[in-house]
Design a protein around this ligand. Structure first.
Ligand code: HEM
Length: 184
């Protein structure tokens, strides 16, 4: 295979990996509040997101540096050259993204799963997670107050929501850098 053909193959696998890994991740902002509106299903939707994160987002997301490195090597891209700084910046942001996702976000989602596995308290009202709650468990069981979840459950849900917004923003910035390739 020619160098050009090899680059095209890596690019294909790279973009496919990005779509498969981060497409579902961006949909968490819809799934969370959707589960929150039906508090009896909140634990299920949170577990669904945990499963997708562990089986799809993280493992497929971890293939991107491999296919990316394949392109860097076949096209002999010099990361230190100023026109390629966008790539170096994207790699740093990617590293922050994956470290946060693996060591903070996924455990935070697992904690919400654990805290909500008993189901909603009797008479619990749905949480209105509101727009932009980009996170697994964006609206878990019940509203605060009588019959609602305890403050530590709400705190765990909020941590996941904020982490989801942060990670979504990083994904958008990386896609912007990868496609626009701005010069600094
Ligand atoms: C360590 C991580 C990564 C490395 C080393 C890397 C490297 C690369 C390289 C070398 C290219 C080819 C650029 C060119 O055409 O000259 C590329 C393209 C691309 N990357 Fe990445 N990448 C990484 C992570 C990501 C992530 C996390 C995403 C998505 C969230 C992503 C999305 C894309 C897309 C969409 C393209 C196609 C751009 C185009 O053809 O215009 N990459 N990447």
């Amino acid at each position: 295979m020619t160098q050009q053909g090899l680059f095209a193959l890596f690019l294909f696998l790279h973009v496919l990996g990005a779509v498969v890994a981060f497409g579902p991740a961006l949909s968490f902002s819809l799934i969370g509040p959707f589960g929150g509106r039906e508090s009896q299903h909140a634990n299920f939707t949170t577990r669904l997101q945990e499963m997708l994160a562990r089986r799809l987002v993280v493992p497929v997301g971890l293939t991107l540096p491999i296919t990316g490195a394949g392109m860097i090597l076949t096209a002999q891209i010099d990361l230190a050259a100023r026109p390629n700084w966008w790539l170096g910046i994207a790699i740093v942001i990617y590293t922050v993204l994956m470290v946060y996702a693996i060591f903070i976000q996924v455990p935070a989602v697992s904690r919400v799963v654990e805290l909500t596995k008993g189901g909603p308290p009797p008479g619990a009202a749905p949480v209105n997670a509101g727009p932009g709650s980009a996170a697994p468990g964006g609206g878990a069981p019940g509203a605060p107050g009588p019959g609602g979840p305890s403050p530590h459950v709400l705190a765990a849900i909020n941590k996941v929501k904020q982490g989801g917004i942060f990670l979504s923003a990083l994904i958008v910035i990386i896609v912007l850098l990868m496609t626009v390739k701005p010069r600094f």
